[in-house]
Design a protein around this ligand. Structure first.
Ligand SMILES: Nc1ncnc2c1ncn2[C@@H]1O[C@H](COP(=O)(O)OP(=O)(O)OP(=O)(O)O)[C@@H](O)[C@H]1O
Ligand SMILES: [Mg+2]
Length: 361
């Protein structure tokens, strides 16, 4: 059955209205059921009363999600993992790290460090739990062509000596505990022996194998890739490194460039909203962390405080459960601000972006 026919089952929807709805992107009964009357009448060009009637009918038809008991929810929440940045001050502020099963949005101006943050998490997610990771792999949707394997390499080599020893032993079969200790991985990068250097290069290869990168050429492609991420997460579910991080860098750039002008705003929000829910679904189903980046737009209305706010407005705000604002400070220093979190106080912390990755002050 085509979706048009699907919509025509609804009371008050003839073929002309169904076409209007479909043209405005409301292809399924469910998409109508979760719309607001104002949004529907504006986007699809139907009267307010009609919009209300259609939505009411759609809500009766659609499966808009059922109820779960508190204990089901608690059981699911008990599985929530924490992915650490490995900057203790930041992790403390985050209540232990970035949570799985939610979306964390990082926003800030250009060069603030959003992509650095995302690269670092793609490394950290692979670490054993005792070192702040989830021992899982990463999916990285790269929309601005800013993913750099070389940067991953620097960050892997920049891990603490003790962490390096453990992951070398885990990932490289030829090295047992004694061999690894002899490599002296605590040393400064410049002081490493030739053998240690080679071992770290092999280790980097292992880490890069577990970052699954796809470039998105436009917003529709980006939406498709998020749908594909779900298949990939299913495929990797029973592997040694299931998906523990879904990163989208940048979430909003394509949407912002393609949907210009007020007339396109509703459409843009609707697409972004769907996209965010796709990402959230992978995160919840696979107990993975989802991290998206967002630029800021200038906000001339703001008389006080920081004259910037994230692109995307309210819808993004409601879907991303944690929001982190990154602000440039002197040189490599960055202020990390927790803006919105369901069960944590707002807070501020500091880190530095170094060649070795994100590091404490
Ligand atoms: N290898 C490195 N060593 C040290 N610092 C680095 C390194 N690579 C990047 N940086 C720092 O990170 C900054 C860039 O940060 P990043 O690319 O994460 O910004 P962004 O917030 O993603 O910006 P945009 O909005 O343009 O995507 C650089 O200005 C530099 O200070
Ligand atoms: Mg970036």
């Amino acid at each position: 059955m085509s979706s048009d026919e699907d919509l025509q089952q609804l009371r008050g929807v003839g073929s002309a209205t169904a076409d209007k709805l479909a043209d405005a992107g409301y292809n399924t009964v469910k998409s109508v059921a979760v719309a607001s009357p104002g949004e529907l009448s504006e986007n699809a060009g139907v009267g307010d009363n009609t919009a209300e009637k259609i939505i009411r009918a759609a809500r009766q038809e659609a499966d808009v999600g059922g109820f779960e008991t508190g204990s089901d929810l608690l059981e699911q929440r008990e599985k929530i993992g924490k992915l650490q940045t490995l900057v203790p001050e930041v992790d403390d502020m985050l209540g232990g790290g970035i949570e799985t099963q939610s979306i964390t949005e990082t926003y800030g101006e250009f060069g603030s460090g959003k992509s650095q943050f995302t690269h670092q998490l793609a490394v950290n997610v692979q670490l054993p739990e005792e070192h702040g990771g989830l021992e899982q792999s990463a999916i990285f949707i790269d929309t601005e062509d800013t993913f750099r394997p070389e940067r991953i390499a620097q960050m892997v080599k920049g891990l603490e000596g003790e962490v390096l020893e453990d992951v070398v032993r885990r990932d490289l079969e030829d090295y047992d505990k004694e061999d690894v200790e002899e490599l002296d991985l605590d040393e400064d990068i410049e002081e490493l022996s030739e053998e240690a250097d080679e071992v770290l290069d092999d280790l980097v290869d292992e880490f890069l194998e577990r970052v699954h990168v796809a470039k998105a050429f436009n917003s529709n492609h980006q939406i498709l890739l998020a749908e594909k991420a779900r298949d990939m997460a299913d495929d990797l579910e029973d592997s040694d490194f299931p998906v523990g991080l879904v990163a989208v860098d940048s979430l909003t750039a394509h949407f912002r460039a393609e949907y210009v002008g007020r007339g396109n705003l509703a459409n843009r929000q609707q697409k972004l909203n769907k996209h965010m829910h796709d990402i959230l679904r992978v995160a919840t189903l696979h107990n993975a962390a989802a991290v998206v980046t967002n630029q800021v737009q200038s906000n001339p209305d703001a008389m006080f405080g920081d004259p910037t706010k994230p692109v995307g407005g309210n819808i993004l705000g409601h879907t991303s459960t944690f929001r982190i604002y990154i602000r440039k400070s002197k040189k490599d220093k960055r202020i990390i601000k927790l803006v919105d979190a369901p069960n944590l106080p707002d807070g501020e912390s500091v880190l530095r972006i170094k060649e070795e990755g994100l590091k404490p002050e």
